[in-house]
Design a protein around this ligand. Structure first.
Ligand SMILES: Cc1cc2nc3c(=O)[nH]c(=O)nc-3n(C[C@H](O)[C@H](O)[C@H](O)COP(=O)(O)OP(=O)(O)OC[C@H]3O[C@@H](n4cnc5c(N)ncnc54)[C@H](O)[C@@H]3O)c2cc1C
Length: 393
């Protein structure tokens, strides 16, 4: 039976674009669907800087022709470190252009499986068939809101991933909840935009990444301690660089490594930008209610806050059953553990022909898959597997 495509990719973020470039180069008929880089362009705050180092901010292509440096050289963009969000989004768009007609900006409304293939319906109602499908749809649907705050109206409380423009809050009182990069960088940007900001964190003390910068400048010794992707602390960083090896670890240990490598912390360049922000640690919100156009928060020490908005930097929890475009029949056949798809070599799920890349693959292959740096491993492994399947049927 002839299908429209050998492979379709749902999502045109770093993982989808990278997968598209590798799959196309291997001779497979591929189409990547989605509005490219939209998570970065529409939900991340303007003015944000990438937390990942330059060496870990390249979207992988098969020949290494489309690196961040190649983009900067081609467009005469100054090479900055940390990388500004605007540069990274433009880099992704440039990468998309190189893929030409293999990227289609329409989004995918549904993916269902038949015996030998997948049926896809696009947002405009168009239908197509594909032998295999790669889910590269990111973490958008997975954000977590604490139950105490979940019932507040969106103009009173929003999650960082909902993309409210920082400038909207100039002159307003904002409480930011969380202790990770999203929360702390949003707090810095809000303060710089003229908001009166307090960070509330459950942790007794905030953590900062890269406090031992000198360990990165010891020549060959540093490369024994840290992989170039720089995900996780000394030692763990080296382990994280081998997703194939991590996949062989017992799940419990792999999960401990994953949590340790991505635990909540802010970049080393943030504290200086938080000087005008009140940092309150060791506190949790026990109740929240709307009072007119304000929010009243009660904290576990009995104190209260009255603010105009609560911004939640409270992270996300992977549960691929939340991808609304997966048909119920298909979703029920994907083997999950705590919401993570169980993947084998080639990032294959329990449904033949259905693959997951990006953060949902981190449960099986470790924390590198949460970051752009994991595109190289994911795209190569995926492509090798799909080429083999095509040859051997
Ligand atoms: C605040 C913040 C800062 C971060 N900083 C860094 C950093 O500095 N470095 C780093 O490496 N990582 C960083 N990350 C992690 C980052 O999210 C991932 O590295 C990266 O986005 C993974 O790429 P992706 O392609 O898997 O997902 P995404 O970039 O989210 O792309 C997925 C795309 O799929 C689209 N999509 C979803 N459903 C459909 C559908 N049905 N049809 C079509 N398209 C669909 C989405 O709209 C989205 O555009 C950060 C994350 C956050 C939240």
């Amino acid at each position: 039976m002839q299908f429209d495509f050998d492979v379709t990719v749902v999502g045109a973020g770093p993982y989808g674009l990278s997968a598209g470039s590798h799959l196309e180069a291997s001779g497979l008929r591929v189409r990547v669907f989605g509005d490219s880089m939209s998570f970065w362009a529409k939900t991340m705050p303007k003015g944000m800087l990438l937390r990942s180092p330059r060496a870990a901010s390249t979207i992988s292509d098969p020949n290494g022709d489309m690196t961040l440096e190649a983009y900067e050289a081609a467009t005469k963009t100054p090479a900055a470190a940390p990388v500004p969000l605007s540069t990274f989004v433009s880099y992704g768009k440039w990468f998309e252009q190189k893929l030409g007609e293999n990227v289609d900006r329409r989004s995918v409304a549904s993916v269902a499986s038949s015996n030998s293939h997948f049926d896809l319906t696009l947002a405009d109602g168009a239908r197509l068939t594909s032998r295999a499908v790669v889910i590269a749809a990111g973490i958008g649907p997975f954000f977590k809101k604490p139950s105490e705050l979940a019932s507040l109206a969106p103009d009173l409380a929003s999650h960082c991933y909902e993309g409210r423009p920082i400038a909207e809050f100039a002159g307003k009182r904002v409480v930011v909840i969380g202790a990770g990069q999203s929360a702390l960088e949003s707090a810095a940007l809000l303060s710089e935009a003229g908001s009166d900001v307090e960070v509330l964190a459950r942790r007794a003390k905030l953590r900062w990444i890269g406090q031992h910068g000198w360990l990165h400048h010891l020549g060959p010794l540093s490369s024994l301690l840290y992989a170039r992707h720089d995900v996780g602390p000394m030692g763990i960083s080296r382990l994280v660089a081998y997703p194939q090896l991590l996949a062989k670890f017992p799940r419990r240990i792999r999960e401990r490594i994953r949590r340790r490598a991505i635990r909540a912390a802010g970049s080393a360049w943030l504290p200086a930008r938080l000087r005008r922000v009140t940092l309150t640690t060791g506190r949790t919100v026990t109740a929240a209610e709307a009072v007119g156009r304000e929010v009243r928060l009660r904290l576990d020490d009995g104190s209260e806050r009255r603010v105009d908005h609560v911004l939640l930097g409270t992270g996300y929890r992977i549960d691929v059953a939340q991808y609304s475009f997966l048909s119920r029949g298909l979703s029920s056949r994907v083997r999950l553990v705590d919401g993570w798809p169980v993947l084998s070599g080639g990032l294959r799920s329990s449904v033949p022909g259905l693959h997951f890349v990006g953060a949902p693959a981190a449960g099986s292959f470790g924390p590198l898959l949460h970051f752009v740096a994991g595109t190289e491993f994911a795209s190569r492994a995926l492509t090798a597997s799909l080429v083999r399947t095509r040859i051997h049927g």
